[in-house]
Design a binder for this molecule. Structure first.
Ligand code: SF4
Ligand code: SF4
Length: 221
């Protein structure tokens, strides 16, 4: 989820690229990932996350939603899916009883990043290190792209920038809409095109995203 924040308050003040070395590590929680608790509805999911969950976990949007693993909440007026943390334990529904992520290989992009966060500036994507989020930081240095751990990092970043632009454009469209019908049309189209329509798991994600982007452009001129 996006927030308007003062970078100096939440980060070390630096902006990193995917090739930069950052002090990142994950030994501190000893398998009891505290970053998978107390995040409430802030782990927003994007289309690539759904492709990963469909490909690796064989979970569709309908199954995820039907089982209460995800929910929809407005983000600056636009309904977007997010992990549906369990109220009673304040933990992620995918957090296993041994304290580890049950979908580690296919975990969402925001989980891959933590305690990094994305920072978009004009046409560029940077990463910031949130200094108050991880209670158990360790200090080895690792390249950002290795921390994220996805193949096709170049294509992934292109997708992230396009998705960010599209979400921002849609939020502006909703903010300036003067009638409910426009808001409903835009919201429904985005949900249907990018989330409800299943991805072909045997095919490349990025090509499918481009095809779907062309579809939404007819709704968002
Ligand atoms: S990122 Fe930090 S809070 Fe999360 S599991 Fe690793 S050490 Fe723990
Ligand atoms: S999906 Fe995995 S890494 Fe992400 S919050 Fe849930 S348990 Fe943690």
């Amino acid at each position: 989820m996006e927030h308007k924040v003062n970078l100096d308050e939440i980060s070390d003040g630096k902006r990193y690229t995917k090739n930069d070395l950052v002090k990142l590590g994950c030994d501190g929680c000893h398998g009891q990932a505290s970053c998978c608790r107390f995040a409430e509805d802030t782990i927003t999911l994007d289309p690539f996350d759904f492709y990963q969950l469909a490909t690796g976990e064989h979970l569709s949007f309908e199954q995820l939603y039907g089982q209460g693993l995800i929910a929809l909440s407005p983000v600056q007026g636009l309904l977007l899916p997010h992990l549906n943390f369990r109220k009673e334990t304040e933990s992620c529904p995918f957090l296993a009883s041994d304290g580890r992520c049950g979908i580690h290989a296919n975990r969402p992009g925001l989980c891959r990043l933590f305690p990094l966060a994305r920072y978009f500036e004009e046409d560029s994507l940077y990463y910031i290190l949130q200094v108050h989020e991880c209670p158990n930081p360790v200090t080895p240095k690792v390249k950002v792209k290795q921390w994220i751990g996805l193949p096709n990092m170049e294509q992934y970043e292109i997708f992230l920038k396009k998705w960010h632009t599209l979400v921002t454009k849609t939020q502006k469209k909703i903010a300036t809409a003067t009638d409910n019908q426009t808001i409903n049309t835009v919201t429904t189209a985005l949900l249907k095109i990018f989330f409800l329509t299943p991805y072909a798991t045997e095919k490349d994600f990025f090509t499918q995203f481009e095809d779907r982007s062309a579809q939404i452009n007819s709704v968002l001129p």
